[in-house]
Design a protein around this ligand. Structure first.
Ligand SMILES: [Zn+2]
Ligand SMILES: [Zn+2]
Length: 265
């Protein structure tokens, strides 16, 4: 192979074969062909501060090392000739083969940097909400049995505390308690009737029917009515729900729409 030596536009002395991409400052290391003793030093480049400095190359992948670019200053200081990408790959491989040690190191680090870690976590959770939700769901599905066992154990050990906390929360959130009771009641009725139950946003139904009873047009004491009653096999899904005033809803009861309208006439 023929070796050429020439000075590039940036004052870089380029040494390499004709076919090597040796025209750019950052590139793969050109073949050495016994021109230098150190495997990490092969060409002279212009030092940004002035004068000539030796070019360095990653000992793993051979990419040219750029100080504070792909070559952090700390690594440069201690003479570790390895690029950022290769170090990341190596630590990833280490974490895989030394799971327990890596976890212990992380635990120690988290304990030593509590405030910083809390801030980071908060930031991460905020920017990765959908990812987090998907991960949690998959985890819970995979570990359903263990989670149930853990919860049972926890409840047994903390029943008093849990009861006090629950009572305090209920006193502070009466509206939520009311909504939860309403939903629980509906869910129970749907289960007993063996009909599908979906979580429905009441506000959607109200808006769809423009805040009027669909049977008499009243705007007072509005409730949600199942067109086909749960007891008659109607599902608790959006398509089976309308707005009805309390009087219409009460008089319709568990009758089907046809029967009720016929009786009302
Ligand atoms: Zn590398
Ligand atoms: Zn009505």
């Amino acid at each position: 192979m023929r070796v050429s030596k020439r000075v590039g536009t940036e004052g870089v002395l380029l040494i390499g074969s004709r076919h090597a991409e040796s025209n750019s400052i950052v590139g793969k290391r050109p073949p050495l062909e016994g021109l230098t003793s150190s495997p990490h030093v092969s060409t002279l480049t212009a030092n940004p501060v002035g004068g000539l400095a030796m070019s360095r190359y990653c000992r793993e992948c051979g990419v040219e090392l750029v100080p504070s670019g792909n070559w952090p200053l700390s690594r440069e200081k201690y003479g570790h000739y390895i690029c950022r990408r290769c170090v990341n790959a190596q630590s990833k491989a280490y974490r895989k083969t030394h799971k327990a040690q890596a976890a212990a190191t992380m635990r120690r680090w988290r304990r030593a940097h509590k405030g910083y870690y809390a801030r980071y976590q908060k930031y991460w959770w905020k920017t990765n909400q959908t990812r987090k939700a998907a991960y949690n769901k998959a985890y819970q599905e995979k570990h359903r049995v263990e989670i149930a066992a853990y919860r049972k154990c926890y409840r047994a050990a903390n029943s008093d505390r849990m009861r006090t906390n629950k009572k305090r929360w209920q006193r502070a959130n009466p509206d939520k308690v009311k909504a939860m009771n309403y939903r629980a009641n509906l869910r129970r009725r749907a289960r007993i009737a063996h009909v599908p139950f979906e979580r429905v946003d009441r506000e959607v139904i109200f808006q769809a029917d423009a805040y009027h009873c669909v049977y008499c047009g009243s705007t007072e004491k509005l409730t949600i009515d199942h067109i086909v009653p749960l007891a008659k096999g109607g599902a608790h899904i959006e398509e089976n729900l309308v707005i009805a005033c309390r009087s219409c809803n009460g008089s319709k009861g568990t009758k089907t729409l046809v029967v009720w309208l016929a009786q009302r006439r």
